[in-house]
Design a protein around this ligand. Structure first.
Ligand code: MG
Length: 268
């Protein structure tokens, strides 16, 4: 009887210990997710090779002034172009950047955009906390559906389709061009919207992504909206324009110098 009590206690401790460990560690991949159509890999495949590391050049100029026809979405001073649902955006603004505030939620542009060229600069936390998807996670989520992953991918093992610059859950970046934690980095994203005609999909959304001056994707199609552990499909028609979202994933990520150029189609 005494022995039995002891073993039950041990089992309880073991279970409690496991849940603590799981809370602290983010999985670095999965083997039980659906296969991605047209690829030989599963969503967030643990066995998919990590993109090769490329050290970005130092000549790339950050915080250069925006082109004359760009819409400035954030100039370092205020969040007047952003909101969270129907409320004002609650992120902190200081020293020329915005920072995700605890429990503040993701933010989105008030305006909608169709096809566009977007410039975004971001910095992951200088002090490294967490691992895998729990470390320096945010995202540029186009229309709130198509995510270009933002992550601290500097010596941070995680599933390939969740690396910095990944088309989340679908396609890893061609290379890993991440800078050290705390350094300012840039994305230049060219996006073409999905289109339907008479209820039929005639064009999938596609994206080109340049990270710190290095090409990650060239006109690659999304298989549908970005999902966690699932394959997104175009089963639901959406307008050919939408807001740009920046994700609150619980990490104090910083953003600055955000501007967008409309490519002249489908803006609202
Ligand atoms: Mg993310």
């Amino acid at each position: 009887m005494k022995l039995m009590k002891h073993s039950i206690l041990n089992v309880m401790i073991a279970v409690a210990g496991l849940s603590v460990a799981q809370a602290a560690d983010s999985p670095v991949g999965y083997t039980d997710t659906p296969e991605i159509p047209g690829q030989k890999w599963r969503v967030h495949d643990a066995n998919r090779p990590a993109p090769k590391v490329v050290t970005p050049g130092t000549t790339f100029s950050h915080s250069a002034p925006a082109p004359s026809d760009a819409v400035i979405l954030f100039d370092g001073h205020d969040l007047s172009k952003w909101k969270t649902g129907n409320k004002p955006a609650g992120w902190k603004v200081e020293n020329g950047y915005m920072e995700v505030a605890p429990e503040s939620g993701s933010i989105q542009t008030k305006d909608h955009f169709g096809d566009f060229q977007l410039h975004v600069e971001f910095a992951t936390p200088h002090v490294v906390e967490g691992n895998s998807q729990g470390r320096g996670n945010s995202g540029v989520i186009i229309y709130g559906m198509y995510e270009v992953q933002v992550l601290d991918s500097f010596n941070n093992p995680t599933y390939a389709d969740g690396q910095a610059g990944a088309m989340y859950g679908q396609l890893p970046p061609l290379v890993n061009a991440s800078k050290v934690p705390g350094a300012w980095q840039s994305y230049d994203i060219i996006f073409e919207t999905a289109r339907w005609e008479d209820g039929k999909l005639v064009k999938k959304a596609n994206v080109t992504v340049i990270h710190n001056g290095v090409l990650l994707h060239h006109k690659k199609e999304y298989s549908g909206p970005s999902l966690h552990r699932q394959v997104g499909t175009y089963n639901k028609q959406h307008p050919p324009h939408g807001a740009i979202h920046l994700q609150d994933h619980g990490n104090p990520m910083r953003f600055r110098n955000i501007w967008i150029r409309s490519l002249g189609k489908y803006d609202e």
